[in-house]
Design a protein around this ligand. Structure first.
Ligand code: AMP
Length: 280
């Protein structure tokens, strides 16, 4: 497995693959791999001859008060995991490889970026869309794989690729969970032993939403929201950022249930902000 630390090296590697008519897959990540990341790599291997995984903790998607400095990192472990996964190359650029000192150009996907996580993180998706565009331009993959765990991010990238005519197939992968249902996330490492049981509030609330719609036939989204709020608030250490019930394509909230319904949550457990979602 090749370790590529500069854009020039990454471009050269990809050029060689392409000249051998190989199909190239990209999995963008911020590292600190868990089974969710590995499932994306597996899926990518099914659709490409060569798989390149990027590890870059992208500063422009963090607000000044967020966890950029403390974001968990373990490159040695990530390299071993990627190697056992049969990945062809890891692209691990330094910040100065990616952002020039006077970086002034942004990719903004309007509307889709405003609700859900965009409300409390107003510059987050501008950072995401910009770094993903830059990675797409450096690697020029045929396919790129993202997780449904970050459902809004996936929809924003799909829209961006369509709107900007980027010749890249975007694949979405299902959420990988711990045995008790907690969605895997690098940020789960922040949870204390005391807080960990409360992190289950997201999965349990989503399961409740599923029952309310499928089994009890609840049709009012505000009724669903009230029940989810009660459920989440029954766990200690929790503070709700948002409960979203709406259309999975437009990401607009709905008053009455229409299927498929996206239920998405962001909840602080202690100081750790966790997200999760379900399509019903
Ligand atoms: P991150 O390193 O957290 O930026 O995530 C990199 C990619 O992995 C993104 O496309 C995420 O949506 C995806 N991902 C993160 N957690 C999970 C999970 N539990 N299941 C599936 N995909 C995930």
């Amino acid at each position: 497995m090749k370790i590529l630390e500069s854009k020039a090296d990454a471009r050269e590697m990809v050029r060689q693959w392409r000249s051998a008519s190989q199909k190239i897959g990209l999995v963008p990540t911020m590292g600190y791999f868990h089974q969710g990341h590995l499932s994306l790599m597996e899926e990518c291997k099914r659709h490409a001859d060569r798989v390149i995984v990027s590890i870059f903790v992208n500063p422009t998607q963090f607000a000044p008060n967020e966890d950029l400095a403390s974001y968990p990192r373990d490159l040695d472990r990530d390299k071993k995991l990627a190697e056992t996964q049969g990945i062809d190359a890891l692209f691990i650029p330094r910040d100065d490889q990616i952002y020039a000192p006077e970086h002034k150009t942004w990719v903004v996907v309007e509307d889709l970026s405003n609700g859900l996580c965009g409300k409390s993180r107003p510059t987050h998706f501008r950072g995401v869309a910009t770094i993903v565009t830059k990675l797409f331009n450096i690697i020029q993959p045929d396919v790129a794989v993202f997780g449904q765990k970050d459902f809004q991010q996936l929809q924003i990238i799909r829209r961006m690729v369509r709107d900007l005519d980027l010749p890249i197939r975007i694949l979405g992968c299902p959420i990988v969970r711990e045995p008790d249902g907690l969605a895997m996330s690098s940020r789960n490492a922040y949870l204390t032993e005391e807080q960990r049981p409360s992190a289950l509030c997201l999965y349990q609330a989503l399961q409740l939403a599923d029952r309310l719609v499928r089994e009890e036939g609840v049709e009012s989204c505000s009724q669903i929201q009230t029940r989810l709020r009660q459920k989440i608030e029954s766990f200690p250490f929790t503070r709700i950022d948002y409960i979203f019930t709406g259309d999975p394509d437009t990401l607009k909230p709905l008053e009455q249930v229409e299927r498929p319904l996206l239920v998405a949550l962001a909840v602080f457990v202690g100081t750790t902000r966790l997200i999760d979602n379900i399509l019903i």
